[in-house]
Design a protein around this ligand. Structure first.
Ligand code: C2O
Ligand code: CU
Length: 566
């Protein structure tokens, strides 16, 4: 059902990229790239789970033909009964409930007719349990993961990480939620059980026959897949029946490339109690929250004072500026030529649409109150890093229609010097848009622009002077910049500063109040023109840990690299 050309793809990923790259010692790769197919003696697991990935048919829609998907199934060998929570009639895998401190062993068997591997996004685990694509297994093979849950209480998710197949496999269903709890969280009176709900938000396209449609034209891959059906927890037109009390919603953006601007229809502010993989020190109130692919936010919503029968709709509100300026301008001119280029989606990135409806069906009086303080949190200071003046660069660019990091695409067995990190160190990392590497990518866009007189005459793109924030951005370069959600494997990081002097101000204004800068993150949305500085600890595990764009089309196009921690 998916591509059958992965032998070619697998060959490509080993192509030699250039001389600045240093292959790491042969022994490392030889020892580390082995499929782990044996349980480690002496690793006494508290939890043992079998996982499979397989093709399945599920009723995504309530009527009509079932949808063919790829799905994770799981069953418990050992451990607490509630470790796995199945979502009925769903392509999403079961919710994995873990406790901090548990030792977990997962036996993963691939029953698909193509390679795959699972990554536990957000969990801080050893390299061999991180789902690095070098561990991709074929049909019938098994991979054994072993890790201790080191994370604090929070929301994470697992998904396929087979290089060049990730986007399509996640799209076809290979993902699921991870809920970690710990003793700090248990001390708090937070909504639990039926009042603690997942909100896995995804977009999909379907054929008239309810089958998933994954788009492959090059411009679409470059920008990222956008679907016109919004699904929550695997279902379109999501409706939740709720009681008049407080809830915790674990929102996960599991979409390939769509970014959401979460907001309540009636202007009720959002209350965030957690970010990517942990509770915040204290709740934060926001008018809206930006949620890019890979990001999570735990929301507190109290329906206490709402009337029986009333409804509240969660929207993705309108915003702009995440797509390349050139694309937004072309897109906004709905002429036939642009339509012919397949760049038009019925649900554009940044348009407004409902996500889910909440109906109050019962009055209750047992609501907990929002705690003022949540969990202890230590803000990392710049003094903790050993490279204040020489931050590790993550330069984002589009070259020859390929999105890259530091001018390079992914290579399974190479690292750059800047990607070598000492175990135990804290590093400052600067993520920014690279002005030097855009030219190759501009060729095509320039041709397109010159054939589109319409757009030029209206001054939309031609008038560079009108592009707010374009100054100092190296001419046309900025026109191809788009927002990238950058995810780093391993330990969570903290955001120390967003530098916004080069952003397009009017577009940035439509998103800027929606970022949560406190708390621990593993994915950060970097807007066009923006530079984001983070501090990341590299503790506990040596080895190769990926970082990449979580726009999954970009990831598969090679916008991925790795750190070698040694
Ligand atoms: Cu959620 Cu490397 O990814
Ligand atoms: Cu990207």
């Amino acid at each position: 059902m998916t591509t059958n050309n992965y032998p070619r793809r697998r060959f490509l990923q080993h192509s030699v990229l250039g001389t600045v790259l240093a292959a790491f010692p042969e022994f490392l790769l030889a020892n580390d790239s082995k499929i782990k197919s044996r349980a480690t003696l002496g690793f006494n697991a508290d939890v043992e789970v079998d996982f499979t990935a397989q093709s399945a048919f599920v009723p995504v829609f309530s009527g009509g033909t079932q949808t063919q998907v790829q799905k994770f199934y799981a069953s418990i060998r050992k451990g607490p009964e509630n470790t796995l929570q199945t979502l009925p009639d769903n392509y999403l895998g079961p919710i994995l409930h873990l406790q901090k401190g548990q030792k977990v062993r997962v036996y993963f068997t691939n029953k698909l007719s193509e390679p795959t591997i699972i990554h536990w996004h957000g969990l801080h685990v050893p390299q061999f349990s991180d789902g690095h694509p070098m561990y991709t297994i074929n049909q019938g093979e098994q991979y054994i993961y072993e890790f201790e849950v080191l994370n604090r209480a929070g929301t994470s998710f697992y998904h396929s990480h087979a290089h060049e197949l990730t986007a399509e496999q996640v799209y076809r269903g290979l993902a699921g939620l991870i809920v970690v709890s710990d003793t700090d969280e248990k001390k708090l009176e937070l909504p639990r059980g039926e009042y603690d709900l997942p909100l896995v938000i995804q977009d999909r396209n379907f054929t008239a026959n309810n089958q998933l449609q994954y788009l492959q034209s090059m411009p679409q891959r470059m920008m990222g897949f956008l679907g016109d059906h919004i699904l929550v927890n695997g279902k379109p037109n999501a409706e939740f029946k709720v009681k008049s009390r407080a809830y915790r919603f674990r929102a996960v953006n599991g979409s390939n490339s769509r970014i959401y601007k979460l907001g309540w229809e009636d202007g009720t502010p959002l209350l965030a109690i957690g970010t990517d993989a942990g509770l915040l020190a204290s709740p934060e109130q926001k008018p809206y929250i930006m949620l890019a692919p890979g990001e999570r936010v735990d929301l507190w919503l109290d329906f206490s004072h709402r009337e029986l029968g009333s409804k509240l709709v969660m929207y993705s509100l309108a915003f702009s500026g995440v797509m390349p300026t050139m694309y937004e301008h072309m897109f906004n001119h709905r002429n036939d030529e642009n339509r012919g280029m397949h760049m038009q989606h019925s649900l554009a990135q940044g348009s407004q649409f409902p996500i889910a409806t909440f109906t109050i069906i019962e009055k209750v009086g047992d609501s907990p109150a929002l705690p003022e303080k949540l969990v202890p949190f230590q803000r990392l200071s710049i003094g903790a890093v050993d490279n204040v003046d020489t931050p590790i660069p993550i330069a984002l660019s589009m070259q020859h229609m390929t999105p890259t990091l530091n001018g390079k695409t992914f290579s399974m067995d190479r690292v750059l010097d800047v990607e070598r990190v000492a175990l135990g160190s804290y590093k400052k990392i600067s993520i920014f848009h690279d002005q030097q590497h855009v030219h190759g990518g501009m060729g095509m866009m320039r041709r397109r622009q010159s054939t589109d007189d319409n757009v030029q005459n209206r001054g939309g793109m031609g008038g560079m002077g009108g592009m707010g924030g374009m100054g100092g951005m190296g001419g046309m370069g900025g026109m191809m910049e788009m927002a990238h959600p950058i995810h780093l494997h391993g330990q969570q990081f903290q955001i120390i500063k967003r530098h916004t002097s080069d952003v397009n101000e009017s577009a940035y204004n439509s998103v800027k109040y929606g970022f949560i800068e406190n708390g621990w993150k593993d994915t950060v949305l970097v807007m066009p023109g923006e530079k984001v500085d983070i501090i990341k600890p590299f503790q506990d595990f040596k080895g190769l840990f990926l970082y990449h764009c979580h726009n999954l089309e970009h990831e598969d196009l090679g916008m991925m690299r790795q750190f070698l921690i040694s």
